[in-house]
Design a protein around this ligand. Sequence first.
Ligand SMILES: Cc1cc2nc3c(=O)[nH]c(=O)nc-3n(C[C@H](O)[C@H](O)[C@H](O)COP(=O)(O)O)c2cc1C
Length: 187
Amino acid sequence: MATPIKIAGISGSLRKDSYNTKLIRAAGEMAPEGVQVQLITLHDIPLFNTDVEAQGWPQPVVKLRAELNDADAVLFATPEYNYSVPGLLKNAIDWLSRPEGSAPVNGKPVAIIGASTSLIGTARAQSHLRQIAFYNAMPLLPSAEFVMGRAADKFDAEGHLTDEKSRDKLASLMTKFANWIRLTKDA
Ligand SMILES: Cc1cc2nc3c(=O)[nH]c(=O)nc-3n(C[C@H](O)[C@H](O)[C@H](O)COP(=O)(O)O)c2cc1C
């Protein structure tokens, strides 16, 4: 049997009907056998502040850091806000990037996906997120992209991903990701 894998699936949106949160759910449903995707939302994460950090991690940050430490890999689903990553996602990564050099994100394999209601669909935000991952020494799943535009047309009323092309692409990315995580674990 293949080694079980746990992926922390972080949604970059707080919205109740977020397409990115739905994407993380869909990724979990489509992941190959033995791969668990835990949905993580960032509702309670305070704004990063080194004064607060100096007094100790706030409880929601402790929980988030533990969830990351417990995971073999990270899957980010990012919206695009003003051509970039939403502030709340960057803020969470700032907490997860401390202490520099031995932080929960350091060395954690990562894949990036994203959904937007516009045509281009998060390509620019994903590009910025790749730079953030690079600085944090997160090995990035190579040669795999998932960029969803016109997200409103691709889910049904219950929030299930119904667009066939998107389903195939996401399933293929999840298989690639799982195989690659296993390679990095065995290395
Ligand atoms: C403040 C703001 C800025 C946005 N900027 C962009 C943008 O630059 N590019 C884009 O494709 N969509 C942009 N959008 C549209 C979002 O991608 C869209 O609302 C998306 O559904 C948000 O993700 P969610 O469904 O996961 O909440 C923006 C939306 C907001 C609220």
